[in-house]
Design a protein around this ligand. Structure first.
Ligand code: COS
Length: 418
């Protein structure tokens, strides 16, 4: 079902070649110096990899999100940081693709995917990450401009960015008061504090502060008050990419550990001849294959704009990032003392994997999203075993719970509890 076409397979082979020849030799150095590898960004642009983040209608060359996630997996097998550099272009261009005017699309998407400009997606704040409906950054309309004030945190490319997609409060409290704005990174009033991270070395994470930054009113992205919904729609379409990063990291760690276990001997036999190691690796391989299938499923729902996208994207991100954490941790264990050394890639993979359980919605949030969809689905169907449901005797008397009545109330209470 998810077989790539011959042309897509050829492109994947090409990406493998680029990764092997131009990215892999640089990975250790990036980890050592922690510098943003701008030249590798250039490599990805030259090789057309960033153009794969957006569909041809917007100047890109990604004809399907299924092939996109397959490409991201190839990058992540070798470098979490480089996969994140590519994935982040998608996160930044998605809100423009989904809500931008024709002028905004023409002006911004091309330069972003050609690497002429760098972008940032600025939603999280010091006190707000999982609950963006409560964000505090304000954008006040004064004539032809919005005046932006506030502090963002955990923002990629911060300090390097030419274009920020900033989510700010233009109205009252709650999700309906949030709007999205396109902010020029060179505007007076923007200062950035760099944040240091556990993994994804070289990734430029920061905390931009906006002080009386004037943003032309025509830079509103989408409609006023619809910024929260836009952010949610973006996450539905970008979480499969995070899942693909996770699948790539997991597979990279499994391949590394298997190659090592073939060659390393203990008790007179290769490690791989010991059942304890075989079972571990076999289990991880199976779990990663399952995560990949779910990831491709979610990506196919991006392509078809399927109503099941939101739930499936959350499930893929949840399962794949947990598998990545498990596989990379086990790889460190299988490599033993060498797994703990900075000279070997296993510990870097483990550090890189952790953030996948956190960014674009912590896995607790993915569970919340999944549970809300389950509650909604349950409220729309007849129970599988109606006679066993609480109040079933009342139903028999024609006065009790019904799937389309009390069921909806239950679904709402799951949302409120969540
Ligand atoms: N797509 C489009 N619209 C959506 C949506 C989605 N996936 N999910 C919710 N909405 C809409 C709702 O329909 C509702 O619209 P109305 O105001 O018209 O009724 C509105 O958005 C508010 O939705 P809801 O009440 O469900 O919002 P909550 O504040 O309860 O938040 C969660 C829902 C927790 C799912 C959301 O806040 C979330 O995803 N948080 C994680 C954010 C995140 O990933 N942060 C990390 C950033 S790192 S880049």
């Amino acid at each position: 079902m998810w077989r790539l076409t011959d042309e897509q397979e050829q492109l994947r082979e090409h990406i493998r070649g680029v990764v092997r020849e131009q990215i892999q030799p640089r990975v250790r150095e990036i980890d050592e110096n922690g510098e943003y590898p701008r030249d590798l960004y250039g490599v990805m642009c030259r090789e057309g990899l960033l153009a794969l983040t957006v569909p041809p209608a917007y100047g890109g060359r990604c004809e399907s999100d299924v092939s996109w996630v397959a490409y991201v997996e190839e990058l992540a097998k070798v470098s979490g940081t480089v996969s994140l550099m590519a994935a982040y272009v998608k996160l930044v261009t998605l809100p423009i693709v989904l809500a931008g005017t024709e002028e905004q699309k023409q002006r911004l998407i091309g330069p972003l995917i050609r690497g002429e400009r760098l972008g940032s997606f600025a939603l999280s704040e010091p006190a707000v990450g999982s609950d963006p409906g409560a964000l505090e950054t304000r954008a006040e309309r004064r004539g032809d401009v919005f005046v932006l004030n506030g502090q963002k945190r955990f923002i990629g490319n911060a300090g390097l960015s030419d274009d920020y997609v900033v989510f700010a409060r233009t109205g009252g409290p709650g999700p309906r008061g949030v709007s999205a704005l396109l902010v020029d990174g060179g505007s007076p009033g923007i200062t950035v504090e760099r944040l240091r991270t556990m993994g994804m070395p070289g990734w430029q994470l920061g905390a931009p502060r906006f002080e009386d930054v004037e943003v032309p009113a025509e830079n509103l992205l989408g409609r006023e008050g619809e910024g929260f919904k836009l952010a949610m729609a973006v996450f539905d379409r970008s979480r499969p990419t995070v899942a693909a990063q996770a699948v790539g990291l997991a597979q990279g760690a499994i391949d590394l550990a298997t190659d090592y276990a073939m060659r390393r001997h203990a008790f007179g036999r290769p490690l791989l001849a010991h059942q304890g190691i075989q079972f571990k690796l076999a289990g991880l391989e199976a779990e990663t294959a399952a995560a990949r299938a779910l990831t491709y499923q979610a990506a196919s729902y991006v392509d078809s704009d399927d109503p099941a996208l939101s739930k499936t994207a959350s499930m893929a991100k949840l399962i794949a990032s947990d598998v990545a954490m498990k596989a990379t941790t086990e790889a460190v264990q299988i490599l033993g003392g060498n797994g703990y050394l900075r000279d070997f890639p296993a510990e870097r993979m483990m550090r890189d994997a952790k953030v996948l359980q956190i960014y674009e919605g912590a896995n607790e949030i993915q569970r919340l999203v999944i549970a809300r969809h389950m509650a909604r689905e349950a409220s729309r169907r007849e129970p599988l075993f109606p006679a066993c449901m609480p109040g079933a005797q009342d139903i028999d008397r024609g006065q009790g719970a019904r799937a389309d009545g009390d069921g909806r109330a239950h679904a709402e209470s799951v949302g409120a509890l969540g």
